[in-house]
Design a protein around this ligand. Structure first.
Ligand code: UD1
Ligand code: CA
Length: 457
């Protein structure tokens, strides 16, 4: 088709959200409503994406810094037609303009492509919906004989008979630019709301002999707008259900598809199994046969094939190698890279550390800013003391080291290859290879010692 401009209307206040945040910045699946619309618009490879902002315009622009957008300020919200008038100088003289709403986040690309196809080379096209309770929407008026669209009448201007029409305007429409340039300057606000209605151009089109095509979305949630928190929650669920359906379709086992949240992109290999109440944020990749236990949270993580994430693990900005075992109750923080067959057990925190193949820290440890070799065993309660209150230092643990329980490694420090550290040690100096190093006082027993007694005063 010919050149496309997209205009996203996002100037409204959104009072019913009961929030100081501009409506289009409220998040669905972890991203602002407006970002969903922008991303869908981008898939159409338009010439230009214009976003009309008004309420909270500075905040909107600060939150969305993508440089492929043309921001247009509508200082006063005098109606959808008025919003388009502000954009007019930005629009091409030929081709089409697609109007989207910043608060209608889930419209699907296929639906928009279908609308574009319905418009052909020179018609207007409306995305309409047939709904049980059309109250509040603009109604689609059709010619009784031909069935062609002849006008849109707004709820507040509709006669009782028109109000009984169940086909409504979703607001999403496609208009040839050439005509938009002719019609918009002619809009008037002689209606109940004293607004410039974009919808009035439909009657103008019919008068000028321009055909108005229409098409419908496959799902009602695609054209549902967000006006309050109820609708936001409803659309969040719709999005999550769709995502879960897609994963099931791809062969992922979800123990309960109603109890998974994906706030970003989750890609899975074959035979992946995800237990209930897991949250995936950002970009998460799970390799073949990965299992994720209940109540785990993974944010920007890659998990290698065959790994098991046991319940209640929190993993952020990290790479987990193949055949690893993580958790239960593990916390893996940004900058962590685990090679294959690494085990990180309960109540172990790992931060900005690289751990080579086959190494284990199974209980109650903190491993921060460390480089750990292969086949290292880190005993329960081992702490890398990486911070002196001002600066952070690295701990290097070479291959085949065994660290006894309750050991403190005071960084910067190196534990050389094959070292064994006796339990309860505080290590401040580099240890020699293949030797036992320990730093605890000898065990003594004091004869005749008595426990203090409570004084009977
Ligand atoms: C509009 C349509 C109505 C349709 C309904 C679908 C018109 C006149 N009416 O009605 O036919 O059924 O949407 O939800 O177009 N906006 C601006 N600037 C403005 C006014 C609105 O940017 O001056 C934006 C809003 O932020 C919102 C969108 O346009 O994203 C729709 O505005 P809204 O006031 O909700 O339109 P409705 O009166 O509900
Ligand atoms: Ca509305």
């Amino acid at each position: 088709m010919s050149k496309l401009n997209v205009v996203i209307l996002a100037a409204g206040a959104g009072k019913r959200m009961q929030s100081t945040l501009p409506k289009v910045l409220h998040t669905l699946a972890g991203r602002p409503l407006l970002m969903h619309v922008i991303n869908t618009a981008r898939m159409l490879s338009p010439d230009k994406i214009c976003v009309v902002i008004g309420h909270g315009s500075d905040q909107v622009k600060q939150s969305i810094t993508d440089d492929d957008l043309t921001w247009v300020l509508q200082a006063q919200q005098l109606g959808t037609g008025h919003a388009l008038m502000q954009v007019l100088p930005q629009l091409n003289t030929n081709g089409f303009t697609l109007v989207l709403y910043g608060d209608v986040p889930l419209v699907q690309i296929q639906t928009l492509q279908q609308l574009i196809a319905a418009a052909g080379e020179k018609s207007c096209a409306l995305l309409t919906a047939i709904i049980d309770d059309p109250f509040g929407y603009g109604r689609i008026l059709r010619n009784r004989e031909t069935g062609e669209v002849v006008a849109i009448v707004e709820q507040k201007d509709a006669t009782a008979e028109q109000q009984s029409i169940r086909e409504v305007n979703t607001g999403i429409m496609l208009i040839p630019n050439q005509h938009l340039h002719q019609w918009l300057p002619k809009l008037e606000n002689k209606n109940t709301q004293r607004e410039y209605y974009l919808t009035d151009i439909i009657a103008m089109a019919v008068k000028d002999g321009i055909y108005v095509a229409s098409s419908q979305a496959g799902n009602f949630w695609e054209v549902m707008g967000v006006n309050n928190k109820h609708q936001l929650a409803e659309l969040e669920r719709a999005h999550q259900n769709n995502y879960a359906e897609k994963l099931l379709e791809e062969g992922v086992s979800l123990l309960d598809p109603n109890r998974i949240d994906i706030r970003g992109v989750l890609s899975c290999g074959s035979d992946v199994e995800i237990d209930i109440d897991c949250i995936f944020e950002g970009v998460v990749r799970l390799g073949d046969s990965v299992r994720v236990g209940a109540h785990s949270i993974l944010r920007n993580v890659t998990v290698g094939a065959g790994s098991i994430i046991h319940p209640f693990s929190l993993i952020e900005d990290a790479e987990i190698g193949e055949d690893g075992k993580i958790g239960p109750y593990a916390r893996i923080r940004p900058g962590t890279r685990l090679a294959k067959k690494v085990h990180i057990g309960n109540f172990v925190e790992v931060k900005n550390s690289q751990i080579a193949a086959g190494s284990k820290a199974n209980h109650l440890s903190y491993i921060g800013d460390s480089t750990v070799g292969e086949n290292v065993n880190i005993g329960a309660g081992t702490i890398t003391c990486n911070y002196d209150g001002a600066n952070k230092y690295r701990t290097v643990i070479e291959d085949d080291v065994f660290i006894g329980s309750d050991t403190q490694l005071i960084a910067p420090v190196k534990i050389s290859k094959g070292s064994t550290i006796g339990a309860g040690s505080t290590i401040t100096k580099e240890t020699p290879e293949n030797q036992l190093t320990l730093s605890r006082s000898k065990q003594v027993s004091i004869t005749g010692w008595k426990r203090p007694q409570k004084s009977k005063a």
